[in-house]
Ligand binder design. Structure first.
Ligand code: PLP
Length: 436
């Protein structure tokens, strides 16, 4: 059983000494919660932050705080330089160029940006260049049944605004994507294929290459939700050949309030804007406005400078370790997690375990025990996990549950963290009356 989970990573996992050393960079991990050392297994929701990231944000506010891309003074120039350097760092981190990186507040905003820009194009905004994005009645948008609400509701809304039809690739009883249905689901009418790279509920890695190839064959746009992959796996948007990708900084060591939208340059330059206002224009009259090229045409208003600078510090931190080593570390933890859970009577792991690529994340259902009760039991021992539907109600419904308990690791997680969770789950089941 232990080695049935496949992995594409061949890098050396982090040694216990390396993990111990890097944990000391994270002040939040040193605290006691409810009289126990914190066991933080909720990084899938948001990660803890290393001191270098916190320092980068503080340093910006103490020394260079200023609005970017306006102002002729020295601080404004320094802030603008740091802000644009941050864009370059993030571009390099995902294999893109700086003009292809749009700052957003999070992944949710990134997906809404694409969806609203497409509906603006569908209203005829953006002129001839934007015609390629026009969708309407008879056209189809394809998602999967795995999606986080952030990569589902914006497409439902886009379909409602344009008259297009939303379709989805279903999952089977164990949560595997029904790829055998692709022939029926992808065709000449498919205009957008939007899917998650890694499921935030199951921890499984989607077959990106296959889905991109099928989308390309019919000329559909590909939107990748990389929220659960960018923090945990090496991500190369060009190698994956996606048109757009989104992720959130707060899940990858950075503060809240900063996210990234990657878009292929020719597409971004042709796409009409979503938010409009200051800083995204060339000329404005009382009647109309001309817009800047990408990425600035998508960055209306005063920008999130400190957060972008802090995200660049987060990426430096991850790069210094190496994303392939982060992935190798988490693959091992993920195996420990699923092997341990499989051995506990009364636990159902959601999603396929054998023969699939997974990250260090697992959600469980314990029949007879509500996830909130189990979560509180674990919290009484200082163990932080996520409970509920994790913003994926349709997937939970399909798997026959209303909620689940999710443990998710990161580079600072240890085998002891996983073991504390496993012991907590086993003891929790006994506490609530034993397996059902
Ligand atoms: N997509 C996935 C797969 C996620 O896990 C999340 C957050 O949990 C999101 C999208 C939305 O991220 P945010 O709330 O940071 O916009």
């Amino acid at each position: 059983m232990p080695s049935s989970i496949t992995s594409t990573t061949t890098a050396e996992p982090l040694s216990p000494a390396e993990v111990a050393a890097l944990r000391s960079d994270f002040p939040a991990l040193a605290q006691q919660v409810n009289g126990h050392p914190l066991v933080y297994l909720d990084s899938g929701a948001t990660s803890q932050k290393p001191r270098s990231v916190l320092d980068a944000e503080r340093d910006y506010y103490e020394n260079r705080n200023s609005a970017v891309h306006r102002g002729a003074h020295t601080l404004a120039a320094l802030a603008t330089e740091d802000f644009e350097e941050a864009r370059e760092s993030i571009a390099a981190f995902v294999g893109a160029s700086a003009e292809e990186i749009v700052w957003t507040s999070n992944a949710t905003e990134g997906i809404n940006l694409i969806a609203y820009a497409i509906s603006n194009a569908s209203l005829g905004r953006g002129g001839a260049a934007a015609e390629r994005f026009r969708i309407g009645a008879g056209d189809e948008i394809l998602v999967t049944e795995l999606e986080h609400h952030a990569n589902l509701i914006p497409w439902q809304e886009l379909a409602a605004r344009t008259g297009a039809t939303l379709r989805f690739i279903p999952v089977d009883d164990d949560g595997s994507l029904r790829l055998d249905e692709l022939d029926d689901l992808i065709g000449e009418r498919t205009r957008v294929v939007a899917f998650t790279h890694v499921s935030n509920v199951l921890g499984t890695v989607s077959p990106v290459e296959l889905l991109v190839a099928r989308a390309r064959a019919v000329g559909a746009l590909v939107v990748l939700d990389a929220c659960q992959s960018a923090p945990h796996l090496p991500l190369d948007v060009r190698a994956l050949d996606v048109d757009f990708a989104v992720f959130s900084g707060h899940k990858m060591l950075a503060p809240t309030g900063i996210g990234v939208l990657y878009g292929r340059r020719d597409l971004l330059d042709a796409l009409p804007p979503f938010l409009t206002g200051g800083s995204m224009i060339t000329t404005v009259t009382m009647e109309k406005a001309e817009y800047l090229t990408a990425p600035l045409r998508f960055e209306a208003g005063t920008q999130r400078v400190s957060q972008a600078i802090a995200l660049a510090a987060a990426v430096r931190y991850l790069d210094a370790i190496g994303m392939d080593r982060v992935a190798a570390h988490e693959t091992l933890l993920g195996r420990r997690l699923t092997d341990g859970l499989a051995a506990i009577d009364g636990v159902r792991i959601l999603g396929p375990v054998a023969g699939v690529e997974r990250v260090g994340l697992a959600s469980i259902d314990v029949p007879g025990i509500h996830s909130h009760d189990l979560g509180q039991f674990l919290d009484s021992r200082g163990i932080a996990v996520r409970v509920g539907h994790h913003c994926a109600q349709p997937l939970h419904r399909r798997l026959g549950v209303t909620s689940s308990t999710r443990a998710s690791t990161y580079l600072y997680s240890t085998p002891d963290d996983v073991d504390a969770f496993l012991a907590g789950v086993a003891d929790g089941i006994a506490f609530f009356g034993g397996p059902r």
